[in-house]
Write a protein that binds this ligand. Sequence first.
Ligand code: GLU
Length: 550
Amino acid sequence: MTRKEFANILVPGIMHDRAYYEELYPERNLNSDAKVVRIGPSPTGFVHFGTLFQAQLAHNLAKNSNGVFFVRIEDTDQKRETQTGIDEIIEAIKFYEIPYTEGPLNREEEKGKYGPYIQSKRHDIYGAFVRDLIEKDLAYPSFITPEELDELRHQQEISKVRIGYYGRFALDRNLPMEEALEKIKNGEKYVIRMKSPGSFDNKITFIDMIKGRVEMPENDIDHVILKGDGLPTYHFAHAVDDHLMHTTHVVRGDEWLSSLPIHIQLASMLNIEPPKYAHTAPIMKEEDGKRRKISKRKDPEANVFEFKKQGFPIEAVKQYLMTVINSNFEEWFEKHETEDIDSFQVTFEKMNISGALFDMEKIINLSKNFIAHLSAEEFYNRTLAWAKEFEPSVANIMEENKKDTIAMLNIERGGVKPRKDYGTFSDVYKNIWYIYDEKFNVSKEEYEFDKIKDLKEISNILKTYITKYYNEEDDQDIWFDKMKQMCDELGYASNMKEYKKNPENFKGNVADISTVIRVAVSSQKQTPNLYDILKILGKEKITERFQKWM
Ligand code: GLU
């Protein structure tokens, strides 16, 4: 029996050989410095913030080098997979508007010539490459059962030798073909392992694009490359895929750094040029004085959809990601706030080596800043779209009161120093609810009257204001002049300087009087510009609210 026949028996049902696939996916026609980068998320039903980070990073690298950013779904670990996992990944990347040149559009369709972009659809390809290795005696069937492996580990622990399936412990690496066939005939289960040519005593060095020069022992473990279910392991799948898809830079989380010796060895066994590797540090959290990775279990914000749910504009989230990706982004952004963030060129040199701390406050600030520069209409529209999905009752009320809502959102907007009091779309209702008559059911205790608390005095101020000083037509200057006149009439200081000189001469000042009016119409001590709020409410509502309070 030839090794070729042996390979065909071990990996049955494969339609094409390796040469066929090598030809099917020719070199990409790109400039020599173009980067071909990808993300390889696994569809576990939880789209991690780290995936978004990788996507934004890969997109930027590709875009700024006229390269390609593609998405590959890594679903070879079917135990971890969930039904909707793939859809969620695609939805997340689309929602955050990170454009990818190639990849799945949904579970059935995809774009790009180097697919399939879902690993479980690449079964034939992996089979062809595994056969090739078996033929060259660089891979072999391994019949060791999980129990035997446990036993091996146990023995290795007792005799204090390095744990793993290597060298003399790799019992079936030299099993003759005939014996292997016999076992298969007897129905014994097997996996395919790589026949590592390495030695643990050798050191190999490589340059990681982010971490720099790294030295590690050579791999000598016969890792599984094809599992019992016929699907490849990550090590093997990524090696084959990044080769055929012509990835130039594998940018991935640094939990993979320790596997690099395996991957470099696999590349050599497959006789392919390995891509460049860049291992990114994870996003960290500080807890009880200790740093840890943000975690799916403990941190709601580890899920990218959480930001959507909370109503952060995607632009702010992406700006935040950029601050985490490159330490010099913020400085650039201060000077180029209105530019597309993609015009900032990410460099590996400026990437964080040890892991940035997750900074919620920074996201909120970026978001406040972003929202402050939207037009009121756009802010309204985006809030409405958000509310339709997450707070339908808010969406209804916003639509029923569209004009007033936009007017509220417009207060102190524009200009060089716009008001920055909305961090998320969900802040809108929290900040302006009182403008909606149907929601203004406040009980007496909820009014936040401040310095002036005397009920009679409050009533007197409100009555005086509405009967003598309020006129719907007044512009802001006249309105304010009248407020001052009212102060003089009621014994409050209209001039702050005078008030500060001799406070004992007055009952209070113009700010205290404004607060009374502000609280009466909104129940709140703090609101945006009172004049604008009165304008939006109009005479009828103001009168009603005064009466309601009195
Ligand atoms: N599926 C791998 C992961 O989720 C991807 C690693 C890579 O990008 O190569 O960690």
